[in-house]
Design a binder for this molecule. Sequence first.
Ligand code: BEZ
Length: 212
Amino acid sequence: MATLRLGDTAPDFTADSSMGTINLYDYLGDSWGILFSHPADFTPVCTTELGTAANFKGEFDKRNVKMIALSVDGAASHKEWIKDINEVQNTTVNFPIIADEDRKVSDLYDMIHPKADSTLTVRSVFIIAPDKTVKLTLTYPASTGRNFYELLRVVDSLQLTANHKVATPANWEHGNDVVVSPAIPTDEARKIFTKGVEEVKPYLRMTPDPTA
Ligand code: BEZ
């Protein structure tokens, strides 16, 4: 098991899940993917996270992103827990939760950090592009629930910057001004970005979000 880094190929796997046997690459197809781990079933923070993820599914669908969760408990346990999540979060969990009882996927993705906990996964997030490269890794402690608005924001940034020669500044959200790629000279940028380019510094040029 090696640490996965940005640009690495997300390892494929076949595993049991709350929705039966699942193969990562078949499941993702040509979509983007978010793979995120949970320390254990029937735990409070995880219950809020999975309910929130289910309630955000419409937003991820709009962006062609498929979610896949993981915890080291079994599929029967996941199915019982999903009933609780649906009840208390007023939702329907509508994506698979991998049943990683043998820690095969957790090891493949380096989701167990022994000095944090020797058996349970930390809260990892991997955003996977349609070409199966890893585009984002995040690691949260077990005691901190993730921010799903931030995951949507990163997907928006990744999808924008995949198609336009821009980067997104601090706290950017869809529709805000973006940064012109440093590789483009300002005179060329003014031809590409017809909504206008503001040269704040020679190395800091802003332009309206080309997709907004
Ligand atoms: C939780 O999901 O609430 C949780 C899981 C493991 C450790 C601490 C909290």
